[in-house]
Design a protein around this ligand. Structure first.
Ligand SMILES: N[C@@H](CCC(=O)N[C@@H](CS)C(=O)NCC(=O)O)C(=O)O
Length: 232
């Protein structure tokens, strides 16, 4: 039975699940909803009213980290390490990545430069910790792709887009290992296939709608008049 991933095109948490499914070459269906106007059926089945959901038969699995654990256990080619301590260590860094993913969201919405810089400082301090925890190359644990990789790739993709607009977010000198890791992930097929092809354009549009500090670096001509601020 094919699992069905309930998605929003720009959600980094959904993308984590799509990467795990893609990497394992699992056949799945994907259904996109509009989070600004979610359908009734979705509100009924989503306990937190959030995506991702993974529908397996009649079962609804929610929370991206739990969905990825399910995908890993349900399909061949284990992504989590078999060593108990290493697996716990990986889970800790996945949890740590949740906070970093929220920092990327805050970078996109903070209106004042000072607030933006405070979020960025906090994120770069978190990156100091990750830099020390990376176990090898090209992936977090070394040669083998894992669920830590699928958890951080959507974050790196968004930071790359933000950094193109406003350099100084990705710092190769301060975090050489993170930046090399990011490069490996963003060129991976499973990551490239995990989002819609127009992801960058959609992300730029979203930044424009959010009207945060970062939106001033977008091409104003292209997006036209500022509209009412929207989160999604
Ligand atoms: N902890 C959740 C976070 C999911 C999440 O925040 N999804 C956002 C979209 S990226 C959402 O559905 N937001 C809808 C809302 O908050 O109403 C996970 O990892 O799955």
């Amino acid at each position: 039975m094919k699992p069905r991933l309930i998605s929003f095109k720009l959600c980094p948490f959904v993308q984590r699940a799509a990467i795990a499914l893609q990497y394992k070459t699992v056949e799945y269906d994907i259904e996109y909803i509009d989070l600004a106007n979610p359908p009734e059926w979705f509100l009924k089945i989503s306990p937190l009213k959030k995506v991702p959901l993974l529908l397996v038969g009649d079962h609804v699995i929610f929370e991206s980290t739990v969905i990825n654990e399910y995908i890993d256990e349900a399909y061949p080619n284990k992504l989590h390490p078999s060593d108990l301590i290493l697996r716990a260590h990986n889970r800790s860094w996945i949890e740590f990545g949740n906070g970093c993913t929220w920092s990327a969201f805050h970078l996109s919405v903070k209106e004042k430069e000072e607030d933006f810089n405070n979020v960025l400082d906090d994120l770069l301090n978190k990156f100091d910790q990750i830099e020390k925890a990376i176990g090898g190359a090209p992936f977090f644990n070394g040669s083998k792709f894992s669920l830590v990789d699928s958890s951080y790739a959507p974050l790196f993709q968004r930071l790359e887009y933000l950094n193109e607009l406003r350099p100084g977010i990705l710092d190769k000198k301060r975090h050489p290992r993170i930046n090399a890791w990011k490069e490996s992930l963003l060129t991976l097929n499973a990551v490239q296939r995990s989002a819609v092809p127009e992801i960058k354009e959609l992300y730029h549009e979203l930044l424009w709608k959010r009207q945060g500090y970062i939106s001033q670096f977008l091409d104003e001509e292209k997006y036209g008049k500022k509209s009412a601020k929207r989160i999604y």
